[in-house]
Design a protein around this ligand. Structure first.
Ligand SMILES: O=C(O)[C@H](O)[C@@H](O)[C@H](O)[C@H](O)COP(=O)(O)O
Length: 229
């Protein structure tokens, strides 16, 4: 399966079509297996999508939303992805969905990593994974600049803690291994600049230096990149 590309003239049409596509996949998953698992990323790009998704009357009570990553901050912090998802996605019809949070008040990041691993371990294959990407070709919190990025790519765990050097906060992030245990991956971004970063990442030989390219190139899961010009 090679990377498919869906380019939209503007964000409004992208969000409308993308939300329809996601809801169709979640509904099919619920019909087939009685439940659906949706992985979402933080950042600014997904906000209009979250606000659109929550207006769709699917059976959100059968949907579990899982964070692709989160920052090691207080739950109420404006930097928290869990807070972002609760405020922007889990409202209206989507208020009925469950959320798997990664970060809790623990004495140490290591404690949080271990407990998040326990929470994540045993979750089934994800139905839909929505990844964002940065200008440095990071995705989730898989940052090329992180000292532990090599370990992350070889990790058999579902979640790891890491500290990026070019972005604030320590992070907890799903590993490449766990993110690839899914039925559909979307790479969702805006603008030609990020499209160029994705194209370069596709050519990159070292996945640790261009994590988004690792996902875009892999052949085990259908991957669609979706962007607005
Ligand atoms: O925790 C996060 O911030 C995200 O998981 C991160 O990977 C995000 O998707 C990219 O940094 C793109 O962010 P923007 O959508 O704001 O450009």
């Amino acid at each position: 399966m090679s990377l498919s590309l869906q380019k939209f003239e503007n964000e409004k049409t992208l969000v409308h079509t993308f939300a329809e596509q996601i809801c169709k996949q979640l509904t099919a998953a619920i019909a087939e297996r009685g439940a659906a698992y949706l992985v979402v990323s933080g950042g600014s790009t997904p906000l209009p999508l979250f606000r659109e998704l929550r207006t769709h009357a699917i059976d959100w009570s059968a949907v579990t939303v899982v964070l692709a990553d989160d920052r090691w901050v207080e739950p109420g912090s404006t930097a928290s992805n869990a807070r972002l998802v609760k405020e922007e996605l889990l409202k209206d019809f989507a208020a009925a969905a469950k959320l798997v949070e990664l970060v809790h008040d623990y004495a140490s990041l290591k404690d949080a990593e271990q407990l998040a691993q326990q929470r994540l371990h045993g979750l089934p294959t994800f139905d839909v994974v929505i990844l964002g990407m940065g200008q440095d070709a990071h995705t989730a919190s898989l940052f090329p600049c992180s000292d532990s990025i090599h370990d992350v790519f070889s990790s058999h765990a579902d979640i790891v803690a890491l500290q990026p050097s070019t972005a604030p906060h320590a992070r907890l992030t799903l590993t490449p291994k766990r993110l690839l245990d899914s039925r559909q991956i979307y790479i969702h971004f805006n603008g030609e600049a990020k499209f160029k970063v994705l194209q370069q990442a596709l050519e990159a030989t070292d996945p640790e230096q261009a994590p988004i390219g690792y996902f875009a190139r892999q052949q085990q899961v259908p991957v669609a990149s979706i962007y607005a010009a």
